[in-house]
Design a protein around this ligand. Structure first.
Ligand SMILES: [Zn+2]
Length: 406
């Protein structure tokens, strides 16, 4: 028998032997052969690298969705004022006017857009007047917590009452941005981070359950955002472009801690429906998302801004859609004029990519309308869902959750 050292030495010899013939054929590195063509080329900055695929692959143009679509995750209006990641005003900034939205929607077979960031109070009332009521059946708005009142000793009651008011005004649900868990602090914009399962929010979760208003909740972020922005980070370019998206270090909790706090809320409020955005906020780990879906009957997910993740694991994703076909909703995170974030810019191309991913078995295509894949340098594969599942994902699951008819 040989010992470990002998074995390693033997392996080293094998490796050396396998390299030598390559060198002999002129396939060695440039340091060994200074006259090879590659030695003359200057290094290419990563940002300038835009390789074009030479693959001859099927390219299916899906102009319209196979069935009418409810996009449950869009941002048509946003808070007019925010500080340190916390929205602090009822007033809204409108990102897109109804006419420009409706023309894209009609071309793409989008029956309705759900504007998650509708705000609260007068800002919410204005959004509902200008969109939901002006174009019935085409726009639905969600309300958001009023964090500016967080320090009021009666906040738990005030916030629950705000939900009732929003419901009377016509809001379809409640949206929780990742503000909760990552930005909201004990003194709103300063102090320690407030945990997602802080009991001050319990009456709010209960009010949503009582009023049948689903809670669309975004918790945490892609796992790469919790790692150093270095050469090992698969989303290096994205984090380099948006350094403020990194939650590595400082006083941020880990991704696991955030998801655990979130899960405690789901367990404590079984009568409240939670639409967990971005594939349950863990699209890199569909086993984890599946476990949680099994554990929490009050949980559904959307696919917004995560077809890049789903599409790079098409076989696993297809099984996921088969298994949870009644609990997956179509969403994009579409933001009118959000050109800075190609994976969620509201336009024809964005929707065509989503339809292509869901409806075709095309291979190796871009997950966002951008020169360089914005969420990591890879491409995706379609999962070719059958019509029965497409119908559920495109509209039936959303119609049931939002209690609307098409
Ligand atoms: Zn969003």
């Amino acid at each position: 028998m040989i010992n470990r050292r002998q074995w390693l030495r033997a392996l080293g010899l094998v490796l050396a032997a396998s390299v030598r013939p390559r060198a002999a054929q002129g396939l060695s590195t440039s340091s060994e052969e200074p006259n090879s063509p590659s030695a003359k080329n200057a290094p290419l900055p990563l940002a300038e690298y835009e390789p074009k695929s030479m693959l001859h692959a099927q390219e299916t143009q899906v102009e319209r969705a196979a069935f009418p679509v409810i996009d449950v995750h869009t941002h048509i209006s946003v808070s007019a004022k925010s500080q340190n990641g916390v929205g602090l005003a009822s007033e809204r900034t409108y990102l897109g006017q109804p006419d420009e939205l409706l023309s894209v929607m009609d071309r793409k077979n989008i029956r309705a857009m759900v504007n998650l960031t509708g705000g609260y109070d007068q800002g919410l009332a204005d959004v509902i007047t200008n969109y939901d009521k002006a174009y019935p059946g085409r726009f639905y708005s969600f309300t958001e917590p009023c964090y500016e009142k967080f320090l009021d000793p009666n906040y738990p009651r005030i916030q629950a009452d705000e939900i009732e008011r929003a419901h009377r005004a016509g809001a379809k649900g409640l949206k929780i941005l990742k503000t909760l868990g990552l930005y909201l602090r004990e003194n709103i914009t300063s102090g320690k981070l407030v945990k997602i399962d802080n009991p001050r929010f319990d009456p709010m979760w209960d009010a949503c359950g009582r009023l049948n208003m689903p809670v669309a909740i975004h918790v945490s972020d892609p796992i790469a955002f919790f790692r150093p922005t270095d050469r090992f980070n698969e989303r290096y370019e994205e984090l380099n472009n948006h350094p403020d998206w990194s939650f590595y270090d400082h006083d941020f909790p880990s991704n696991a801690e955030l998801l655990e706090a979130r899960n405690r809320v789901f367990a404590r409020h079984p009568k409240t429906q939670f639409l967990v955005l971005h594939v349950g906020n863990f699209s890199e780990n569909l086993d984890n998302v599946s476990e949680n879906l099994d554990r929490f009957p009050n949980m559904t997910v959307d696919i917004a801004a995560r077809i890049g993740e789903l599409g790079r694991q098409p076989r696993r994703s297809r099984r996921f859609f088969d298994q949870y076909q009644d609990r997956i909703l179509f969403g994009t995170d579409a933001t009118p004029h959000g050109d800075e974030f190609p994976q969620q810019v509201f336009n024809d191309k964005l929707y065509e990519i989503y339809f292509r991913f869901l409806e075709t078995e095309d291979e190796y295509f871009d997950y966002a309308p951008a020169k360089v894949p914005p969420q990591g340098r890879w491409r995706i594969y379609g999962i070719g869902l059958p019509e029965s599942i497409l119908q559920k994902v495109y509209n039936q699951n959303a119609a049931r959750l939002l209690q609307i008819t098409l």
